[in-house]
Design a protein around this ligand. Structure first.
Ligand SMILES: NC(=O)C1=CN([C@@H]2O[C@H](COP(=O)(O)OP(=O)(O)OC[C@H]3O[C@@H](n4cnc5c(N)ncnc54)[C@H](O)[C@@H]3O)[C@@H](O)[C@H]2O)C=CC1
Ligand SMILES: O=C(O)C(=O)Cc1ccc(O)cc1
Length: 366
């Protein structure tokens, strides 16, 4: 049987990670293209793709699947060009973009030309970008939404699911409008809030220059996503403006409620505000992709040379793999807490047991 040829346009975090996941099948040949020549070359050298295409227009002629993993406005441009190209009738085109309604309007024009486009969006990723951050396990266990047009054939959706199941994501079909509403709530609007919190800190810091030094764990957690690629978020915001504005309105209502609690609320009202949020937050289902979930172990290590090597040495001896290691400086001028991340809760449990039995150090799991 001849190999399935999969053309991936845009070889950053998402395109690169899909390329690596799809390579799990020897039946797949991955052809890549990126507007950035250095990225394309790196993808080839790193083995993220099997072959580099000189231009998607040529590569499409032999592709069974085409995946656009570019920022969503660039994807829209490619979809317009695609209408003028020679695309085999069996070829299935998809994307990975964070927005779906405008993309699927464009897909309608492709359908009129006999080109099948099924929208896609893996709900996993990170604030990192670029091919160097790509990992085949990125989508493990995450939801991966597909938005076929009503006219799409069942077997075409099944064929796309057939290759994407190698990502080990949970594939689901949703209407594009519903997709854009849900992602505005859990992803797009929270990015606006994160960026605004950083702007607020920057403004305050101008008058109180020590403030940013105090930005510790909580502030960093809630604003991590403000470090994401601005081009990507510009495009998402442009394409999902209406839904994001709707969330902003609801946020303003929520802030008015908070203001009232602050002005007139009793201690009990304030407690309830936090308690209700905690209840809902603690009960969130674990829908994480690999980069969302880190199984962290916090170890209170003393400040002497070699203490980190000592701990990583124990893990190495017990063959426990770590995915990240860092020191969180919780207090000025004081050696911080060592945070070690693992890929699974099982690994973290073994690591905790190892620290408990082999060292005098205190540890905790957040
Ligand atoms: N970063 C994330 O966490 C997630 C991103 N997405 C979506 O996936 C898509 C890709 O995002 P990332 O991989 O994170 O971005 P990225 O910035 O890591 O990679 C994008 C790649 O596309 C290339 N590119 C840009 N314009 C291009 C064009 N016109 N033609 C060809 N290549 C072009 C860039 O050179 C870069 O290599 C976006 O649509 C984004 O909304 C979806 C899920 C998660
Ligand atoms: O880093 C994070 O927490 C993200 O929010 C990643 C992300 C970014 C864009 C998406 O469309 C889906 C997931």
């Amino acid at each position: 049987m001849s190999k399935k040829r999969i053309l991936i346009v845009g070889l950053g975090l998402i395109g690169g990670s899909i390329a690596l996941a799809l390579q799990r099948s020897p039946e797949h040949e991955i052809i890549g293209y990126d507007a950035n020549a250095d990225t394309l070359q790196s993808a080839k050298v790193l083995g993220v793709i099997h072959k580099a295409a000189t231009h998607p227009k040529e590569a499409v002629k032999e592709a069974d699947f085409v995946i656009f993993a570019t920022p969503v406005n660039a994807t829209l441009q490619w979809m317009k060009e695609l209408q003028t190209w020679t695309v085999p009738s069996h070829t299935i085109v998809t994307d990975t973009g964070s927005t779906k309604a405008i993309i699927m309007e464009e897909a309608q024009h492709l359908a009129e030309k006999g080109i099948t486009f099924i929208g896609g969006h893996p709900m996993a990723g990170s604030h990192k970008s670029g091919v160097m951050a790509a990992k085949p396990i990125l989508f493990e266990n995450a939801y991966y939404m597909l938005t076929p047009l009503a006219s799409a054939k069942e077997e075409q959706v099944k064929a796309l699911e057939g290759i994407l199941k190698l990502t080990n994501a949970k594939l689901m079909v949703v209407p594009a409008e519903e997709h854009d509403h849900m992602t505005s709530v859990v992803s797009h609007f929270p990015h606006i809030v994160a960026a605004s919190l950083v702007h607020q800190l920057a403004n305050e810091n101008a008058e109180h220059p020590f403030t940013k030094r105090l930005a510790a764990g909580g502030f960093r957690d809630i604003t991590r996503i403000a470090s994401s690629n601005p081009t990507m978020w510009q495009d998402i915001t442009v394409q999902n403006r209406a839904q994001i504005q709707d969330q902003l309105e609801k946020w303003q209502q929520e802030m008015a409620r908070v203001q009232l609690i602050l002005e007139k609320g009793t201690e009990q009202d304030i407690y309830q505000f936090f308690e209700e949020a905690k209840q809902f937050r603690d009960a969130l289902p674990d829908t994480s992709g690999a980069l969302f979930t880190t199984y962290d172990l916090y170890i209170d290590v003393p400040d002497y040379p070699g203490s980190i090597a000592e701990i990583t040495g124990y893990f190495a001896e017990e063959k426990i793999s770590i995915t990240n290691i860092r020191i969180v400086e919780t207090r000025e001028d004081v050696f911080g807490i060592l945070v070690v991340s693992f890929q699974s809760s099982g690994d973290r449990k073994r690591a905790a047991e190892c620290i408990r039995t082999r060292s005098p150090y205190e540890f905790y799991i957040s």
